[in-house]
Design a protein around this ligand. Structure first.
Ligand code: LLP
Length: 434
């Protein structure tokens, strides 16, 4: 136990000016989190529109009106309201399924700014994407290329493609979210890339437009990007030698965010220098494309949860809260750190708690060893849950999924209402078996 009156569980509330304390109470933009939780219940994902815009603007500042297309990797947070904001701001979208295609179109995406990534595209998904007239398929294998050729030919369309190559660089991130190494399932091996392009060039319903790579996620150092770029440039020179010209280069997503004390690169450290290198090497005419997900949404959201019970264990104290691993799986899946803030700071003695959910698994934890002065009924904000939060949530233990709200100044909007108990089993059928 220790005594302190300020909240030291986080260096700064998600490093954003849009989350702050006023009179020891947490605010999102102009609204009190306590009031929002009272109105909408918990667990509750709250997103700040201003924080989303600030993240978008950090890319725009780096782009500085040059020919760069940001295709938001919508897997990070695919709520229609959030997609709609990005579409309004001019974003393209990086999709990985037919479901994401439908969501993006529903949210107002420009199909000509949609790129389709993913290692396992199915016939119906390829067909839907061709019918929607998307910008490009990022092709990850030769069998996939053949399937796209076949589907495009059946529709009498030409599919614009880029090959996702695997540059075999170490992004120095968690093994589950590192994708650019040889032993990952992603991309076409560098040594096979030239031959695959040559083969693609012979296909009647395929049009080569780009080259793509994505080396991983939550990347906090810039060097792996430049290692990858060098390898891509080598391949581009070889392609040029064979008369294969590209219209764009896609360097993927992956820029990290601050969860604890990371200092990830700003988009300007990636975009400006990459454009300069392209210019110097004779590729200044190419459009540069990026697929950021986490860095556009991660620090714009918090997950609000209520303390149900405090429980003193023999070696640990537990704050049992109403959010669980079904709502936010990142801590237990990746051993990921998320800041945890008291929504109202109490000036009383603190205790070290593990913040755990009600699910019947020891892995059901959200944060470990955090100092809090708490009583049952208090609210806790789990930080940086705008990316890979709600989208990875589920209904394990028959827990309805949380509500999501968007705050804009002094207004809040429900952007996904809380699931009801009936919705938990609404898709299930009991057969009549005697
Ligand atoms: N492009 C491709 C092809 C991807 O696979 C990904 C993410 C992105 C772009 C966006 O990466 P970002 O900018 O968000 O780092 N669930 C994990 C992250 C998985 C990332 C999967 N791919 C997590 O919670 O950390």
């Amino acid at each position: 136990m220790s005594n302190f009156s300020t909240n030291t569980n986080s260096i700064a509330p998600v490093g954003q000016p849009h989350f702050y304390y006023q009179d020891q109470t947490l605010f999102v933009e102009q609204l009190s989190v306590k009031a929002l939780a009272k109105e909408h219940g918990t667990p509750l994902f709250i997103y700040s529109k201003a924080a989303l815009k600030a993240a978008w603007d950090s890319y725009q500042e780096a782009i500085d009106n040059r020919d760069v297309l940001i295709c938001y990797a919508m897997k990070a947070n695919s709520n229609l309201a959030i997609l709609n904001l990005f579409a309004q701001w001019g974003a393209g979208f990086d999709i990985v399924s037919g479901g994401e295609l439908a969501r993006a179109l529903k949210a107002g995406a420009d199909p000509q700014k949609i790129i389709f990534s993913g290692v396992g595209k199915q016939t119906w998904e390829i067909k839907a994407a061709l019918e929607a007239n998307i910008k490009c398929f990022n092709v990850e294998s030769i069998p996939e290329l053949s399937l796209i050729q076949e589907v495009a030919s059946s529709l009498d369309k030409k599919a614009a493609i880029s090959l996702r190559v695997n540059p075999d660089v170490d992004a120095k991130t968690h093994p589950y979210i590192s994708t650019g190494l040889k032993d990952n399932k992603f991309g076409i091996a560098m040594e096979d890339a030239l031959a695959t392009y040559e083969h693609a060039a012979t296909l009647s319903h395929i049009k080569i437009v780009g080259l793509d790579c994505h080396i991983g996620s939550q990347i906090t150092q810039i060097e792996p990007y430049y290692d990858a770029l060098e390898r891509l440039l080598k391949l581009m020179d070889q392609l040029r030698g064979k008369g294969i010209e590209l219209a764009h280069l896609d360097i993927g997503g992956g820029l990290g965010i601050r969860y604890q004390n990371e200092e990830p690169p700003h988009p300007r450290e990636l975009i400006g220098p990459t454009l300069n290198v392209l210019q110097e090497r004779g590729y200044g005419h190419l459009q540069l494309t990026l697929e950021p997900g986490r860095s556009l949404v991660g620090n714009s959201g918090v997950l609000i949860t209520e303390v149900l019970f405090l429980k003193d264990g023999e070696t640990k104290n537990f704050a049992i809260v109403d959010a669980a691993m079904n709502d936010l799986i990142r801590p237990t899946l990746y051993d990921a750190y998320h800041g945890a803030l008291a929504v109202e700071i109490r000036d009383s003695q603190t205790t070290t708690y593990d913040i755990v959910g009600p699910i019947c698994e020891s892995g059901d934890w959200l944060a470990k060893d955090r100092e809090f002065a708490l009583i049952a009924g208090d609210l806790i904000a789990i930080e940086s849950t705008g990316a890979y939060g709600f989208v990875m949530s589920g209904q394990y233990n028959s827990r309805p999924r949380a509500a999501e709200i968007l705050v804009d100044g002094n207004q809040s909007f429900v952007i996904r209402r809380r699931e009801t108990i009936d919705e938990l089993f609404g898709h299930e059928l009991i057969p009549t078996i005697s």
